[in-house]
Write a protein that binds this ligand. Structure first.
Ligand SMILES: Nc1ncnc2c1ncn2[C@@H]1O[C@H](COP(=O)(O)OP(=O)(O)OP(=O)(O)O)[C@@H](O)[C@H]1O
Length: 239
């Protein structure tokens, strides 16, 4: 596979949190490149800096020093307002506990990012939401409240919501942490399919035995990348 410029590029990123008990450096000279279409996992022990790393990639957290480029935007130099607009259009976020709004139907939840960003005309939003729910396999749940769905269905709804504005990047923080092994398999296969269609998926997980799903595994320890391994699936496939 020929590789163009990376979709995500971090250069010498440090993140230091100030606290009353002293400064704590959560990311130490992180250099990282992720190509378009990758399904990358960030793994490591609790406290190793995984959430900090994805928060820096999405602009939720700013680096103390270093540079973060995403799809050639220098997000370390955007102000808060610019970041919010950029994030709404470029990053879909998926959480461990789904975070669907309980008083809205599943379809209405999926329409919300479109309503916020005005990315699609109002008359098209419901149809697009149902199409996305169909893509993740739960179109028949569109008019139910989230509480009437299983955990796996709720996570699929959350993935549909993350896709609402057709962002190039999906970021997921422990998305399978609350799911059984079968549902984990369904959700990770869905991410792998989305990556093969050109989305770039970056996921944090504690579970190291999931590596078969990923094109890249990035291991963090004490805020530093200690290994960064690309899968050899293509080579195996063509062997
Ligand atoms: N706002 C903050 N202020 C001070 N320290 C922080 C802050 N946020 C995170 N940290 C510290 O930075 C380190 C990395 O935290 P982070 O949440 O990125 O780790 P993690 O690998 O995602 O952990 P977990 O798997 O438990 O979620 C931890 O030691 C944490 O206590």
């Amino acid at each position: 596979m020929t590789q163009g410029s990376p979709l995500i590029s971090l250069r010498r990123v440090f993140k230091t949190y100030a606290s009353p008990s002293g400064d704590f450096t959560a990311l130490k000279e992180v250099n990282l490149q992720v190509q378009k279409g990758e399904f990358a996992a960030i793994v490591g022990k609790s406290g190793s800096g995984k959430s900090t790393l994805i928060n820096v990639i999405t602009g939720i957290d700013s680096p103390t020093s270093g540079e973060v480029f995403v799809a050639s935007t220098a997000i370390h130099s955007l102000n808060q307002e610019q970041l919010a607009i950029w994030r709404g259009k470029n990053v879909g976020v998926i959480f461990q506990f789904f975070q669907l709004l309980p008083t809205l139907t599943v379809a209405e939840n999926v329409m919300l990012p479109m309503d916020f960003c005005h990315t699609y005309p109002a008359r098209e939003r419901r149809e697009r939401a149902v199409a996305l729910l169909s893509k993740v396999g739960i179109a028949e749940q569109a008019d139910k409240l989230p509480s009437n769905l299983s955990g796996g269905q709720q996570q699929r709804a959350a993935i549909a919501r993350a896709l609402a504005n057709d962002p190039p990047i999906l970021v997921a923080d422990e998305p399978t942490g609350n799911l059984d092994s079968h549902t984990t398999d369904v959700v990770l296969n869905l991410f792998a399919e989305l990556a093969s269609e050109g989305k770039t998926v970056v996921m944090v997980t504690h579970e190291r035995d999931l590596s078969r799903y990923f094109t890249r595994s990035i291991l963090l320890s004490d805020g530093a990348i200690v290994s960064n391994t690309a899968a050899v699936k293509e080579a195996l496939h063509h062997a």
